[in-house]
Design a protein around this ligand. Sequence first.
Ligand SMILES: NC(=O)c1ccc[n+]([C@@H]2O[C@H](COP(=O)([O-])OP(=O)(O)OC[C@H]3O[C@@H](n4cnc5c(N)ncnc54)[C@H](OP(=O)(O)O)[C@@H]3O)[C@@H](O)[C@H]2O)c1
Length: 285
Amino acid sequence: MKVLIIGKSGQLANELVAEAPAGIDVQSFGRNDVDITSVSCFADVVTRIKPDVIINASAYTAVDKAETDAESAYALNEKAVEIMAKVAKEQNIRLLHISTDFVFDGQSNTAYKTANTTNPQSIYGASKLAGEHAIQAIYPENSAIIRTSWVYSSYGNNFVKTMLRLMNDKEELGVVTDQLGCPTYAKTLATFLWLLAEQESIKLIYHWSDAGVASWYDFAEAIQEISYELGLLNKQIPITPIPCSAYPTPAKRPTFSLLNSQLSVEILKPIHWRKQLKSCLLNFK
Ligand SMILES: NC(=O)c1ccc[n+]([C@@H]2O[C@H](COP(=O)([O-])OP(=O)(O)OC[C@H]3O[C@@H](n4cnc5c(N)ncnc54)[C@H](OP(=O)(O)O)[C@@H]3O)[C@@H](O)[C@H]2O)c1
């Protein structure tokens, strides 16, 4: 099987390459290899590579910046996805596309199912939802949209790396406690995607996150505790739980964005986020 990954330098694309099962011919392309906003450029690359599966791990992921740069967010999160769906359909290639918990408004108090109503609260969330709609309209028969949440990895930039830096540099820290969701180790998300790539038939929407639930404050506490145990930090600092109103951001985030991964558990059983965090931090050593 030949697989084309888009978004080469990102967290997930790196994990996909690292976790690729033996025997799969993986080609990972970044923005310097292909212009995903040009249908002719993308179609040329796909015609040349002839993949069986395209995994779109690229996105405009700067959630706050998107509020003032909607054009770029939509170019990548909607238009490029539309192009991928068209080209994948024309060439009969399976398309796996990653989306986000930010398509929901966070007003629920039970984990979001795939069929629940979407209502994004930010430009990022709205642009990602527009990408989902493009796939649904153009190529639902052999595409899957995989929504995930709070992704981190030893590759790229993420909350875990930011916390480690702040915990090293500062004497105390305030972290938001009234936003709940689930951290997701990109490595296991990659494993889930590889299993999906090989499934005979796929559904249109999946939810995937690690198991359990956390606030950003819980996540930060766990990062500090485990990193200290592993010797990644040489001190522990006081972490104060703060409301999101004390940490205003340009983009509004859902206060509750836990995903119900019921459909995905049949494919891969998720592991608790704390165990996953430790596995990831062991790679930092
Ligand atoms: N990070 C999270 O917390 C989170 C949460 C929920 C869902 N997701 C979704 O999960 C997927 C993977 O996220 P991630 O965290 O791995 O993202 P990431 O680390 O930010 O990587 C995204 C990649 O997209 C590519 N990209 C960005 N701007 C581009 C541009 N203008 N033209 C072409 N390519 C561009 C870049 O790869 P190149 O530079 O190699 O082109 C970049 O490394 C995304 O769909 C994201 O929306 C992420």
